[in-house]
Design a protein. Structure first.
Length: 348
């Protein structure tokens, strides 16, 4: 049975290997270029140290900021500006798990039922359960292996950009690396298999896989992920000399400015993030000399006013990766169990 499954799906395995090879042919040279530029600029040690700092010094005069922190931020901005477009191209990889469901999962059973080849196997002493378990197990294991190789490659490739921008928590960057691509790919294949068993037709199964994958993955990424854990609150003065380190990698869900009595004066937990101080609201960027308009704007908030942010700290990244991966793996297991039941009970 194992030999038969390999004979049936070796072309798909070959295409997967060619796809990984093509991806590596793009990512290895560009990744080495980014890693080399990152090290030559001295960003490695600088940003790794800066990422562990929650607050940095700021002030109306840029010379008041620490030289090391300012240098790190300047080099990081320069690096992100140079290679940011290359990272944007990587967002196209968001769809790769979906392709696995469309071209691996959906035809797995549907094509066999359409051609009637499943009956030949079942008359050769192979039970329906064994047929389903071997097919689903081998194809699923192959997809997990391919997805793991892909995830390792992309995580290595994006590492300099993650450090230089501190934004790997944001959607859709979170979806491209770490553990979650493996969960997405397994879920997509399982959804395609279940859709194929349910419809017994390849094209309808592919359509259901497309719609179902997007209907689950988008709400999880955009709505459920921020609620995996309760966010933390971070406060700092409106007109103070310290501000959150933008390179720390924290995920800022929302921010607002409150007066001394705790009344929200601007922004909100679902509003825009104002960054490091009220200057962003008052119209003057941080680090510029004070002017009368800025002073009047700050005075409107009153003494004791403060910024408040809702955040998920950077150290939660791998915890969130594990939670989301476990969620999609659990959905995949349920779909595969349902597919096995349907094969045994419903397909003739």
């Amino acid at each position: 049975m194992i030999w038969l499954v390999w004979r049936q799906h070796r072309k798909q395995a070959l295409f997967a290997l060619l796809g990984l090879a093509a991806l590596a042919a793009f990512m290895v040279p560009t990744g080495m270029q980014m890693h080399g530029a990152f090290e030559r600029a001295g960003l490695d040690d600088c940003l790794r140290a800066a990422a562990g700092v929650e607050f940095v010094r700021v002030g109306p005069n840029p010379e008041q900021a620490s030289d090391q922190a300012r240098r790190c931020h300047e080099l990081a901005e320069r690096f992100a500006g140079r290679y940011g477009r290359l990272g944007t191209v990587g967002i196209l990889l968001w769809f790769l798990p979906l392709f696995a469901g469309l071209f691996w999962g959906a035809p797995l059973v549907a094509r066999e039922v359409e051609h009637g080849t499943h009956r030949l196997v079942w008359t050769q002493g192979v039970s329906r359960r064994r047929w389903a378990l071997v097919k689903f197990g081998l194809v699923g294991a192959g997809m997990v292996l391919a997805a793991a190789c892909y995830a390792l490659l992309v995580t290595w490739w994006r590492a300099p950009l993650d450090l230089a921008t501190g934004q790997r928590f944001l959607w859709p960057l979170f979806d491209l690396e770490g553990l979650v691509p493996v969960g997405y790919a397994l879920f997509a294949v399982a959804l395609g298999v279940f859709a194929g068993v349910l419809t017994r037709r390849t094209l309808p199964a592919m359509a259901i896989t497309l719609v179902g994958f997007l209907a689950i993955r988008l709400p999880v990424g955009l709505l459920a992920r921020p609620r995996f854990l309760a966010p933390l609150e971070r406060t700092f003065p409106v007109a103070g000399t310290t501000a959150p380190n933008q390179l720390s990698g924290d995920w800022i869900l929302g921010a607002g400015i409150h007066d001394a009595q705790g009344t929200l004066r601007s922004g909100g937990t679902s509003g825009a993030t104002f960054g490091d101080s009220a200057q962003a609201v008052c119209g003057t960027p941080p680090g510029t000399p004070p002017d009368p308009l800025l002073q009047q704007c700050l005075a409107n908030y009153g003494p004791g006013s403060y910024n408040q942010e809702l955040i998920h700290p950077a150290e939660r990244f791998w915890l969130f990766q594990g939670i989301e991966t476990a969620l999609f793996v659990a959905l995949a297991v349920l779909l595969l169990l349902a597919a096995v039941y349907w094969v045994r009970r419903r397909i003739s």
